[in-house]
Design a protein around this ligand. Structure first.
Ligand SMILES: Nc1ncnc2c1ncn2[C@@H]1O[C@H](COP(=O)(O)OP(=O)(O)OP(=O)(O)O)[C@@H](O)[C@H]1O
Ligand SMILES: Nc1nc2c(ncn2[C@@H]2O[C@H](COP(=O)(O)O)[C@@H](O)[C@H]2O)c(=O)[nH]1
Length: 199
């Protein structure tokens, strides 16, 4: 199953994803994105992102190597297709943590993905989180907040909305969503298998 965790910058996607990895990381694989953004202090190439130049990113697009990509606040971000395909083919769930434009591209390509929008309790709290994270200058924070307003308007295009009020509760809700989606898929499969067996 392809699980897409999306939502505005600063809502806590990375924090929630890390908590999910710590709690039940053996049950899914996280797809590392490619970006032209410069690494923040502490970020490691091949762990947090694949950090590449604009030319390298555009070459990857031209070669059809991206499942999706978007230009977000002056940089490219995208999901390498090969890893996602190989992992899904091996029978494992894949988790993408991406912004809304990219999520909508994936939605149009992968109809049976599970699309979860992580929402902030409110916009003040969202801005507070970005400011307190201390990774962006004032101009970038302004651009991210403008983008966030547009992204929040698109939350109705998702299968589920989870409010990240407390990290633990958000993780529990996402865990329940994934478990119930697995059950649903298993039920559909068993119905088809029965139908095929009957014929
Ligand atoms: N439930 C929460 N309550 C309070 N603070 C939180 C919560 N979740 C995350 N944070 C804090 O908010 C800040 C932003 O979180 P994080 O970097 O995970 O967001 P993000 O959505 O991944 O951002 P981006 O999309 O820009 O990478 C971090 O400082 C994090 O510690
Ligand atoms: N469309 C995609 N968006 C992505 C991807 N990887 C990360 N992101 C999103 O970009 C913004 C900014 O990230 P930051 O690390 O600079 O704060 C944020 O919303 C990320 O979720 C991707 O592969 N595709």
């Amino acid at each position: 199953m392809l699980i897409v965790l999306s939502g505005p910058s600063g809502v806590g996607k990375g924090t929630v994803r890390q908590a999910m990895v710590n709690k039940y990381g053996q049950q899914f694989k996280y797809s590392i994105s490619m970006t032209t953004r410069k690494p923040r202090p502490g970020e490691v190439d091949g762990v947090d992102y694949y950090f590449v130049s604009k030319a390298e990113f555009e070459e990857e697009i031209a070669n059809g190597g991206m499942l999706e990509y978007a230009q977000y606040v002056d940089n490219y971000y995208g999901t390498p297709l090969k890893y996602v395909n190989q992992t899904l083919e091996s029978g494992q769930d894949v988790l993408l943590e991406i912004e809304v434009n990219g999520a909508m591209q994936v939605r149009s390509k992968v109809s049976d993905g599970v699309f979860i929008f992580l929402a902030p309790p409110d916009l003040h709290e969202l801005q507070d989180r970005i400011v307190k994270r201390g990774t962006d200058d004032t101009a970038t924070i302004k651009k991210r907040m403008l983008q966030a307003r547009q992204e929040i308007n698109l939350m109705t295009n998702y299968d589920y909305v989870v409010v990240n009020d407390q990290v633990d509760s958000a993780v529990n809700r996402i865990e329940q969503i994934i478990a119930s989606e697995h059950l649903r898929v298993a039920r559909v499969l068993s119905t088809y298998q029965k139908m095929l067996g009957d014929n």
